[in-house]
Design a protein around this ligand. Structure first.
Ligand code: MUC
Ligand code: MG
Length: 367
């Protein structure tokens, strides 16, 4: 099962509603479709979503690093030699989504070769996840209307609220409005994308003490080392590290150093192989995890739910699996459907990513 070709195809699909958060905003899904081909005719597929404001990757950099560095290094290896593939990819620091998409495409090949769904190969814990919806920056009444719409149409009852603007006049007010409108039965947590200081975060958490938040994520920068530890030590809820701790070693450092007490796992940036390393580190250290969303399209969401449903620890909390709802279109021939607040893993061998070739022709940027 030799790897004979690795393709990186840039495509762009506009968002119907842009997502705004403290570190940036997304108007177009300018992602990269990654396809790995073997000499036996199997093709593994995944997508890499560049997040320049978070990791510095761009659509152009992902295409370039795959075409010029990663593809030449892995051609000729067997798709079964995942550790050897990783040893080569990890010579290069950074470029997380390019590496992750190659990893997931290889797992797709493994699943197809074994005649097994990837989720089953990874762990096969369950066949679905509860969905958490991310509510981006907007006036409080629009954030409430969005959450009510998503609850009424898709049955979603867990919401991650983006904070990190002006804490007391905007963010706390928005969270209050959401809790008042949605009532006690929904689950709310917040993500600051490093937008507040440690002292702003502490005061905001005190002001929201009655709101029953489940988690607080990246409220202030992890690089504010002592300030962040001071904040985490007094946080009334588990404090999630997201972009500050992505690889297993970073996760271990942040958890042992007291800069986080829970972890966001995103297959978009650690694929399946490195996500399992992160997950197992978290299980060993005894902290909760949340399947995060890197503003994935449907292909990335299918990968997230395959991983999240595969393991007991990831399936315990709702996974962030709904950002694709805001896109005007997607590449999957059979679109994903969120029903009763849950998303199911796709059945069949591999990841079940069937690309609509007409849509790919319409949205690809390289022709
Ligand atoms: C999140 O959880 O932070 C925003 C930027 C990014 O890289 O991911 C998103 C969501
Ligand atoms: Mg986050």
């Amino acid at each position: 099962m030799k790897i004979v070709k690795a393709e990186a195809i840039p495509f762009a699909i506009p968002y119907a509603k842009p997502l705004r958060f403290a570190s940036g905003e997304v108007h177009t899904a300018d992602h990269v479709l990654v396809r790995v081909h073997t000499d036996e005719g199997l093709t593994g597929t995944a997508e890499a979503p560049p997040r320049p404001y978070t990791y510095g990757e761009t659509q152009e950099s992902i295409v370039a690093v795959i075409d010029k560095i990663f593809a030449p290094q892995i051609l000729g290896l067997s798709a079964l030699e995942r550790e050897a593939v990783h040893a080569r990819l990890e010579r290069t620091v950074g470029n997380p989504t390019a590496k992750a998409a190659l990893d997931m495409a290889l797992w797709d090949i493994l699943g197809q070769a074994a005649g097994m769904p990837v989720s089953g190969l990874l762990g096969g814990y369950t066949d679905r996840m509860r969905v958490s919806h991310m509510v981006g920056f907007a006036p409080a009444e629009e954030m409430v209307a969005e959450a009510e719409h998503v609850r009424d149409v898709y049955g979603i009852t867990t919401f991650k609220v983006k904070v990190g603007r002006r804490p007391y006049t905007q963010d706390v007010q928005a969270c209050l409005a959401l809790r008042t409108a949605l009532g006690p039965e929904v689950e709310l947590y917040i993500d600051g994308n490093r937008g507040w200081t440690a002292s702003e975060s502490a005061r905001a958490l005190r002001e929201m003490a009655g709101l029953g938040l489940t988690f607080a994520e990246e409220l202030c920068p992890a690089d504010d080392v002592l300030g962040r530890r001071w904040l985490v030590a007094q946080s009334p809820v588990p404090f999630i590290a997201d972009e500050s701790a992505t690889r297993a070693a970073e996760v271990t450092r942040e958890l042992l150093g007291g800069s986080a007490t829970a972890i966001s796992i995103k297959t978009a940036r650690t694929g399946f192989t490195a996500s399992q390393r992160v997950l197992h580190a978290c299980e060993g250290l005894g902290v909760e995890v949340v399947m995060g969303n890197q503003i994935d399209g449907q292909i990335g969401t299918l990968c997230s739910v395959a991983f999240g449903a595969a393991h007991r620890t990831t399936a315990r909390n709702a996974g962030e699996l709904s950002n694709f709802l805001d896109m005007t279109d997607d590449l999957l021939a059979e679109p994903l459907a969120i029903e009763n607040g849950t998303l199911r893993v796709r059945e069949g061998a591999g990841l079940g990513i069937d690309i609509d070739t007409d849509k790919l022709a319409r949205y690809r940027q390289d022709r």
